[in-house]
Design a protein around this ligand. Structure first.
Ligand code: MF3
Ligand code: CO
Length: 241
């Protein structure tokens, strides 16, 4: 899980560095594909339920599961990148939203609140808490900041499979669900809308957008529950070596 997490986090960082005006979403996908293969890992997303790429690249009002293609990134866009890598029988999974060039103050705030909501949830990713304590902390922080938490998509257990039980909603009352125990590996991934909570599913069968056309952001890490502080297996500060 640590090896998979490190490669996945490095792939996210690579994708994030490529978010610049003039770059196509397909270029990001190709770079990430080659990077993951160069690490002797396999892109977890490629061919998952028929998904055609190694990353999801979701721009502006696209919340998740944007399919890379000819789209050219523009100054002012916000770009969510989601990636997974599989090695030694285990998966890593992580995501983040990056500004493309100079973006509005409002867009930056959406990105920051979404990221911080993950870290608010992380405070409860410890033995002695229950699963929905994470969910409730994410929701409380997002809503305190006047933004909306997507309901239809959730975080998940992760290990030999990318998606394992339990589901981890980004909303709910505290004190419910399984008790957290050392050795559990989970992916917590708030998806946050700047406007209303409603989403729409695109005809490509994958892309999910905000119904009101306002921006959305996404932030995800794979986490190991330990006897002490949780370990970020896709540590955004980590390096590959
Ligand atoms: N990365 C998503 C998640 O965080 C899953 C992507 S679905 C795929 O759970 F088809 F794109 F792989
Ligand atoms: Co995930």
């Amino acid at each position: 899980m640590r090896r998979a997490g490190k490669i996945t986090a490095a792939a996210r960082a690579l994708a994030g560095e490529m978010v610049k005006p003039g770059v196509t979403t397909r270029q990001i996908d190709q770079a990430v594909f080659h990077f993951i293969r160069s690490q002797d890992a396999t892109p977890s997303f490629l061919h998952y339920n028929g998904y055609p790429a190694s990353v999801c690249v979701s721009v502006n009002d696209e919340i998740i599961h944007g399919i890379p293609g000819k789209r050219v990134l523009q100054e002012g866009d916000i770009v969510s990148v989601d990636v997974g890598a599989y090695i030694g029988g285990f998966h890593g999974d992580c995501a983040a939203t990056y500004p493309c060039g100079k973006v509005s103050e409002e867009a930056l705030r959406l990105i920051r609140v979404t990221q911080q909501s993950f870290f608010e949830g992380l405070k409860f990713a410890r033995e002695g808490y229950r699963l929905s304590d994470i969910s409730a902390a994410v929701q409380a922080y997002v809503e305190k900041n006047g933004l909306s938490v997507v309901r239809e998509y959730v975080g998940h257990g992760i290990g030999h499979n990318m998606h394992e039980p339990p589901e981890i909603p980004n909303y709910g009352n505290p004190g419910h669900g399984p008790r957290l125990l050392r050795g559990m590996t989970i992916a917590v991934e708030p998806m946050v809308n700047a406007g209303t909570v409603s989403i729409i599913q695109m005809a490509d069968g994958w892309t999910v957008k905000t119904a009101d056309g306002k921006n959305a952001a996404h932030y995800e890490n794979t986490i190991l529950i330990t006897p002490g502080d949780p370990e970020l297996l896709t540590d955004p500060a980590g390096s590959l070596v």
